[in-house]
Design a protein around this ligand. Sequence first.
Ligand code: ADP
Ligand code: K
Ligand code: ZN
Length: 433
Amino acid sequence: MKYWQPKYETMEHDELRELQLNRLKKTAAAVYNNVPFYREKFKALGITPDDIRSLDDIRKLPITKKTDLRDNYPFGLFAVPKKDIVRIHASSGTSGKPTVVGYTANDIETWANMMARNFTMVGLDANDVFQNAVNYGLFTGGLGFHYGIEQLGAMAVPSGTGNTVRQIEMMQDFGVTAIHCTPSYGLYLAETVREMNILDKLSLRVGCFGAEPWSSSTRKELEDAFNIKAYDSYGLSEMMGPGIAFECQEQDGLHIWSDHYLVEVLDEDGEQVAEGEKGELVLTSLTKEALPVIRYRTGDITRLLKSECVCGRTSNRISRILGRADDMLIVRGINVFPSQIENVLVRIEKITDQFEIYLDRNKKKLDEITVRVELDEGAFTGEIQDLESTKRLVEGELKSVLNIRANVELVEKGTIPRSTGKAKRVFDRREAI
Ligand code: ADP
Ligand code: K
Ligand code: ZN
C-alpha cells in the first residue's frame, strides 16, 4: 500500500485549496463563536469570519502565541464543552504553568490517521513491530505515536524511555522492525547496540526521530549503525503533537499535511517569505475541534519547499527545522524556556536571582543541563549540609517545573557577571547532532 488516505494525500492543487478555504471558514467561525479570546481579537481587528473569502485572507486574522495559551490556562481556548474533550496533553510553557492542549474523539481519530499516513509513507504496514521509545504520559510523543501504530494495524511496543539494554533486548526478542525516539537517544541506543555486538540479531528497517533538531550527518550515523532508513518527524502539541509533518522516502523535506494545516512561513515583520527563503513557521489548524488555533507562531525556523514530490503527495513541504526564533532550548527533546528557570529561582530565598544555564552533551550523547546559581549573603551557615540541602532544594524545584533533571552548581554571591544590557544567561556547549 502506497498511501493511507490517497484522496487527501494526492489531492489535486485547486481542489486542495478549495478544501482548505472551506475548512478555514469553518475554523474561523468556530473560534469566533466559541472562544472569547478569539472573538475579542476579531473584534479588535474589525473582522468577522465572513471576511474570509480567499486563502489570502488568512493575513487578516490574528496571530496566536504560546503566551496566549498560558494566559488562558488551562482550558480557556477550548472551543467545545468540557464533556466533549476525551484527552489532554501538556507541553512546556514559557514560564510557570505548562501549555495544556485538548482533543475530542474526532481529533484523536484525525491524529491517528495522520500518523498512519506517515508510517505508510515510510513503508510500514500491519506486518511491522513498532517500538515507541519515548515518554508516555502528558507529552504528546507517547500516545500520539501509539495510536497511529495501532491505527496502521502494526504491533505497538510501548517501551517508553530508559533502561537501554532492556530496550535492545525487546528489539531482539519481539522482532522490532521500526522504532521511534529522539535522535540523541537513537545515537546512544546505536552505541549500545554496537557494544553488545548484536546488530545482526535485530530486524530494524525504519527509524522515526523527532522532538529536537538533528542533522544529515546524524541521519547517516543512525542509518549506518542500525542498518535502517531514518526519517524526520516534526510536530508540536499546539497543533496536535508529533506527525503533523514527516519525511517521505525521498528524505528531502517534510510533507506537512495541508488538508489539516494552513502553512505560512513569515519573516520578522510578519510578511510571507519567498519560496525557499528562511522564516518562522506559522500554522493554522483546519480540522481541530477541541483546540482550533489561528496563525500559531511555532517559533521554528524553516523553508517552504516546492510542493511537488516524486512520491506523488501534493501537500506543502518544508525543510528540516533550522533553528528557533525565540530563546526556547530543547533538552532531551523537552522544551525548556530560560524564563521557566528564572521563575523557579526567584521564588527560592537562599539564592540571588542571578543565574547561568550551561548545556552539554554527556558521554552517552545525552543532553545535560546545569544551572549555576549564587548563594545569597547570610544564607550560608558554613555547614556543608546546608549547601547540600540548598542544592537539593533547587534541583527538586527545577525538576518539578522542567520535567527533566538539572544539575545545580552553587557559587558565591557576585560570581556571575552582572550585565548592563541583556544578560547572556545561556551557554550551549553541545555539538549539533
Ligand atoms: P514534541 O513532543 O513533538 O517535541 P512539543 O510541543 O513538546 O512536542 O515540542 C514542540 C517543539 O519541539 C517544536 O516547536 C520544535 O521546536 C521541536 N521539534 C519537534 N520535532 C522536531 C524536529 N523533528 N526537528 C526539530 N525540532 C523539533
Ligand atoms: K520538543
Ligand atoms: Zn514525498
